[in-house]
Design a protein around this ligand. Structure first.
Ligand code: FAD
Length: 453
């Protein structure tokens, strides 16, 4: 019998923590998890899930408008925010329950409490001391408030899910995917939206053609873009809240939604008592095996600030549990992770951008821009961009990028091909499904340009 209360203690019952705990228990380990706020973590409660439900709501409004062009005599009525909020919250509560039950069924001991370190093997959990042979830190992150006067007047991403009504006018500050998704869904639900961000284009780090197409799509959706702006202050003003920037922009809206980044949830965790060193902004650097500076303490998910996505946190949590307690040591690959931006229309991508590929060597770029069939009829200005990045020497498709209807659904399949190492010729000999937009990915025959090398 081990000298410790548990073989494994997981701090945080979010995407990564729940998966890691459940799989470890399945391997026969004595496992406990502490969750201080909500089972299922950010994704289920204030992230992917409630956001996607609101994105769907916004899309229905769009479809109602387009339906007339297809012969339906529909009238788009007012949107009932309270009804949407109730449906969303019921779904989140259902998923909360599933997460709790998954843990219970797997034989994991649950603590509805905050856990903090006392020493490298001891935690304080809801007023109790608990010891564990190994500990996994899966505490995720939280939205950051910028250090500007009046920042407390802004809403953070969590706050969107407790708003009682749709604000009529919203300023969204930030150019990352969360900012864009909120701007787009609020606009889709009927708000007037101004998007204020620092860079010349939104989505820093994404492919340049996609960034340009995204800016155009946001404008077409009726969002007012304010690039190249650094926030200076927020203040109460007649009619709402005023945002001013160092460049002299001044806007007033009912609400200002701040989406300028996230911070790891490590403050007050007692990491120093466990001898764990932190990195930039308090994140926990890890080895390729997820170990912290203490070999028996591991960190997974957003707290490591690598690729902050749910499937990455779960894949890594699963692999870690297999490695520690199964008979199959392995590492989850975080190469070629597909990702999406659920704007309207959405964007999705996998693999390298043109810019990154060009740094590695000569690359061929294939681009298609078109109006999908739905919108040749609906006459909505929703254009599609598709792009492949191909290594000239190996012929492998290094990256795929898309902005347009169903981009996320399409990209999941493309990601399988790219992970499997498909070449451009493999794409070319794949027969398309007609008539779809997706078939364009296997019919791009004319190179747009050659870069790199
Ligand atoms: P989390 O899910 O954040 O879980 C950490 C948990 O630890 C939390 O429940 C927290 O309460 C708990 N905790 C913290 N400290 C303690 C403590 N000391 N003791 C006990 N419990 C503690 N990802 C996607 O893949 N697709 C998307 O579409 C997507 N959309 C998003 C939209 C928004 C608005 C946000 C904010 C995020 C989104 N993400 C999305 C990111 C995704 O939510 C995260 O990558 C994922 O939740 C990370 O999982 P995690 O296990 O690392 O942390």
């Amino acid at each position: 019998m081990s000298q410790y209360d548990f073989d494994l203690f997981v701090i945080g019952g979010g995407s990564g923590g729940v998966r890691c705990a459940r799989i470890a228990a399945g391997h026969g380990a004595r496992v406990a998890v502490a969750e201080e706020r909500f089972w299922g973590g950010t994704c289920v409660n204030v992230g992917c899930v409630p956001k996607k439900i609101m994105v769907h709501a916004a899309e229905y409004g769009q479809w109602a408008e387009e339906a007339a062009a297809f012969g339906w005599e529909t009238v788009r009525g007012p949107h009932d925010w309270a009804k949407l909020a109730a449906a969303r919250d019921a779904e989140v509560a259902r998923l909360n329950g599933i997460y709790e039950r998954l843990l219970g069924n797997a034989g994991v001991t649950r603590f509805d409490a905050r856990a903090t370190f006392i020493d490298p093997h001891t935690l304080e959990v809801g007023g109790r001391r608990v010891t564990a042979e190994r500990i996994v830190i899966a505490v995720g992150g939280k939205p950051m408030r910028p250090e500007i006067p009046g920042a407390e007047l802004g809403l953070l991403s969590d706050d969107l899910f407790s708003l009682k009504a749709l604000p009529r006018r919203v300023i969204v500050a930030g150019g990352g995917y969360i900012a864009l998704e909120f701007a787009s869904l609020l606009r889709g639900l009927g708000a007037e939206v101004d998007l204020v961000y620092r860079q010349p284009l939104p989505l820093r780090g994404f492919d340049e053609d996609l960034r340009e197409a995204m800016a155009e799509a946001l404008i077409n959706q009726g969002i007012r873009l304010h690039p190249g702006q650094e926030m200076a202050a927020l203040e109460r003003a007649e009619g709402g809240i005023r945002l001013t920037t160092r460049q002299g922009l001044s806007l007033v809206a009912d609400q200002v939604k701040l989406a300028v980044g996230r911070l790891p949830n490590t403050s007050g965790l007692g990491l120093e008592k466990a001898g764990i060193e932190t990195g930039r902004s308090g994140c926990i650097p890890v080895t390729a095996d997820q170990a912290t500076t203490q070999p028996h303490i591991f960190a997974i998910g957003d707290v490591t600030d690598q690729l902050n996505l749910t499937p990455v946190a779960t894949a890594i949590g699963h692999a870690l549990a297999d490695t520690l307690f199964g008979k199959t040591p392995r590492r989850a690959s975080i190469q070629n992770v597909p990702t999406a931006v659920f704007t309207s229309p959405p964007a999705a991508m996998v693999g390298l951008t043109e810019e990154a590929a060009a740094r590695l060597g000569p690359a061929e770029i294939y681009i298609a821009r078109f109006t999908p069939m739905r919108h040749t009829i609906s006459r909505q200005p929703r254009r599609t961009l598709m792009k492949l990045v191909v290594a000239e020497r190996t012929r492998r498709v290094l990256g795929a990028h898309m902005l347009g209807e169903d981009a996320a659904e399409i990209m999941q399949g493309i990601a399988v091909a790219i992970v499997a190492g498909a070449t451009k010729e493999d794409f070319d000999r794949t027969v398309g499904i007609h008539p779809t937009a997706a078939e364009e990915f296997v019919t791009m025959r004319t190179m747009t340009r050659r870069v790199g090398g």
